[in-house]
Structure formats: structure tokens, C-alpha cells
Design a protein around this ligand. Structure first.
Ligand code: NAD
Ligand code: IPM
Ligand code: MN
Length: 352
């Protein structure tokens, strides 16, 4: 039987709670494909237990998989042993960089039955194509006279023509398949070097996509439009940091961070892509069984769609839509939501 070799990094906090449900949904949705799951114990808790953040051996082992499902990583922000983002940078960003996840795909679609915090949300259906391997995330900075009143702290945003072009191309190709509207978000009025590069490349690649309408917004103005007129957006292409910030906002306007899914894509397939909810480990609600697993489950649908199993992905999406449709506001536990979605997947397979 065909296999799908899946690496699972459940991680910290609510990560294990939500990935459990995503895995149940994948197992239920796949048909004639054996899901071979390998669990990797990684994250803040694993680091505090063992001293490992992400060894070269573990990285090499992860590489042997078709795809990676990640819950969330990161521990108690007050824990001095985790200071300096060592888990976020040493694990999550290291994976994104090592596996060249240069497209960080973050869709937002407001389901008609989901209440957006916006008074008049209109139709919300857009995708943020966030660059995933460059920008200020590269860690190219430093501090001088550290700890003194004369400290100078620098963070350098790295933007290469190669890196910008490949993500911009991806965004245009995506826009071609959608509503043919692309918005570049940057801050070119201040960040003139990086902004100029992004603008030039969008203009150049845009010439090969004359049917895609191109728009530009400064990131500050983009936050206004995301709240006041989110239906104007189809595909947003932006750098790593702006994309991070915009997609938490996008999650909120799309009905909540518990619904926001993402894929860290290596489109060439040279390395495994990694799928994860946009949210973090949510230490404030971890261990209580109340986290919404829907974002992780939709991330699993994205995983299947991008791993050659679109039918199974669609089964999960339909089941999530059905579940969301039926929500009446009553509180459910994480596993109750997961089980209800699995039941819908199973029923749809039996009907087919
Ligand atoms: P967070 O996303 O973990 O939490 C923000 C708020 O959203 C919290 O109130 C939380 O309870 C709520 N929330 C998040 N997911 C939810 C869900 N599925 N259901 C219901 N409510 C949910 O962001 P944070 O508090 O800034 O970060 C916590 C930790 O997670 C930090 O260590 C951070 O670095 C890490 N983090 C990891 C990832 C990742 O692994 N991809 C992403 C973001 C943050
Ligand atoms: C996300 C997270 C990460 C990011 C952090 C935890 C490094 O916020 O996936 O959105 O900034 O990319
Ligand atoms: Mn984020």
C-alpha cells in the first residue's frame, strides 16, 4: 500500500492536545494510504529534560519524511532557562531555514457561521504568502555595550533578490488560481532598501502575469484594511515579520486564532514541508483540554493537499465546515471537537 511518512512534532503546551486530533482526522480521511507516523519529542519541555533543542541527527531523521506536522513549541515566557527565544529560534526557525520553507502559506476564510469580531466582516477569503527564510528572522544582528545605558541593539533584515523573487512568483501563481488580485505589503516609505527590492521584483514578475491586478499597501495601512475592508484582499505577499504580525490579525478577523492554519512549504519538494496552526503553545490554557483543535486539523488538510492526497484533504475540509456549521456556542472539549470532525469524515467515506 502507498505510504505517507509523517513526522509529528507535537511540542509544548496545547501542541500535543491539538496534534492528537489532527492525526485522528488524517487517519480517518486517508483511503488506501498507510499513514506511518513517527513522533519526535522536541520543544521546551524536551530541552529542559534532555538539553537537546534540535540535533543534527534529529534534523537528518526528520528529513526522511514526506511531511511534518507540528503542534506548537515554546514554554513559559517567564522561565529564564528559555530566554532569548532559544526554542523558537533553535527549533522552529531552524526547521524552517534548514528545510528551506520559503513559502509560509497562511489562508484566512471566514466561515458564514463563524462570528468575526468585526461588525461588518463581509466575505473574507484571502491568503497571506509570508516569506519564510529571510527578513529580520535570520538572526543577523548583535548588541554592543550590552546592558549599559549606551547599548546599541541591531537586528538586520536580510532580503535577497533570489529569496524575494521565488516567494513573489509563488504568490502570483497562487493569485492566478484565485481571484487574480495581489497586494504587496511592506513599509517602503521607511525601509527603502528592502521595500525597493520587493517593489521592483513584484513589478518585474507582475509583467509575466498581466491578468493579476497588483496593489501595494504600507503595513500600517494594511492593518486598517484588514479590519475595515478585509474582502479587498485575495493574495497578500509580504516579508517574514510583517507576515507574522498580519497573520495573527488575519486569524482574529477570520473568527479566531483557533481556526488559523498554515503550511511552511518547500515547493520543490527537496525537503519535507511542515504544517502547523498559526497559534502557539498557549500556556494559559494548556492541559485543560479546552484548546480548539480546528487550526491543527485544517493544517492537516493542507498537509494532505500538498502531499498528493487532495481527496483526503477535502474530506477533512468538508468535515470541518460541517462541524463549524453545526456549532451552537456550547462549550466542547478539544477531543469532542476532534471526535465530531472524525465522525463526519467517517460518515462521508461511508456515503461515497
Ligand atoms: P499563543 O498563540 O500561544 O496564544 C495567544 C492567545 O491565543 C492565548 O490567549 C491562547 O490561549 C489563545 N489560543 C491560542 N491557540 C488557541 C487554540 N487553539 N484554542 C483556543 N485559544 C487559543 O501565543 P503566545 O502566548 O504569544 O505564545 C505562547 C508560546 O508559544 C510562546 O512560547 C511563543 O513563542 C510560542 N509560539 C509558538 C508558535 C509555534 O510553535 N508555531 C507560534 C506562536 C507562538
Ligand atoms: C509563528 C510564530 C513564530 C514566528 C515564532 C514562535 C518564532 O509566531 O509561527 O507565527 O514568529 O514565525
Ligand atoms: Mn506568529
Amino acid at each position: 500500500m502507498e505510504q505517507l511518512r509523517l513526522a509529528v512534532i507535537a511540542g509544548d503546551g496545547i501542541g500535543p492536545e491539538v496534534t492528537l486530533e489532527a492525526r485522528k482526522a488524517m487517519r480517518a480521511a486517508l483511503d488506501g494510504v498507510e499513514l506511518v507516523e513517527t513522533e519526535y519529542s522536541l520543544g521546551a519541555a524536551h530541552y529542559l529534560d534532555t538539553g537537546e533543542i534540535l540535533s543534527d541527527e534529529t534534523l537528518a531523521s526528520l528529513r526522511q519524511h514526506d511531511a511534518i506536522l507540528l503542534g506548537a513549541v515554546g514554554g513559559d515566557p517567564a522561565d529564564a532557562r528559555l530566554a532569548g527565544g532559544i526554542i523558537e529560534r533553535g527549533l522552529l526557525l531552524r526547521l524552517r531555514f534548514a528545510f528551506d520553507h520559503h513559502v509560509n502559506l497562511r489562508p484566512t476564510k471566514l466561515h458564514p457561521k463563524v462570528t468575526s469580531p468585526l461588525r461588518e466582516p463581509g466575505a473574507i477569503d484571502f491568503v497571506v504568502v509570508r516569506e519564510g527564510t529571510e527578513g529580520p528572522y535570520v538572526g543577523n544582528g548583535g548588541s554592543l555595550r550590552t546592558g549599559t545605558e549606551h547599548e546599541i541593539a541591531n537586528e538586520t533584515s536580510v532580503n535577497t533578490a533570489f529569496g524575494v523573487e521565488r516567494v513573489v512568483r509563488f504568490a502570483f501563481e497562487l493569485a492566478e488560481q484565485r481571484s487574480k488580485r495581489l497586494t504587496l505589503v511592506h513599509k517602503k516609505n521607511v525601509l527603502v532598501h528592502a521595500g525597493g527590492l520587493w517593489q521592483r521584483i513584484v513589478a518585474e514578475v507582475g509583467q509575466q502575469h498581466p491578468d493579476v491586478a497588483v496593489d501595494y499597501l504600507h503595513v500600517d495601512a494594511a492593518t486598517i484594511f484588514l479590519v475595515e475592508q478585509p474582502s479587498r484582499f485575495d493574495v497578500i505577499v509580504t516579508d517574514n515579520l510583517f507576515g507574522d504580525i498580519l497573520t495573527d490579525l488575519a486569524g482574529a478577523v477570520g473568527g479566531g486564532i483557533g481556526l488559523a492554519a498554515s503550511g511552511n512549504l518547500n515547493p520543490s519538494g527537496e525537503f519535507p514541508s511542515m504544517y502547523e496552526p498559526v497559534h502557539g503553545s498557549a500556556p494559559d490554557i494548556a492541559g485543560r483540554g479546552i484548546a480548539d483543535p480546528t487550526a491543527a486539523i485544517i493544517s492537516a488538510a493542507l498537509l494532505l493537499e500538498h502531499s498528493g492526497h487532495p481527496d483526503a484533504g477535502q474530506r477533512i475540509r468538508d468535515a470541518v465546515d460541517g462541524d463549524v456549521d453545526a456549532r451552537d456556542g456550547s462549550r466542547r472539549t478539544t477531543s469532542q471537537v476532534g471526535d465530531a470532525i472524525v465522525d463526519r469524515i467517517t460518515a462521508s467515506k461511508e456515503q461515497a
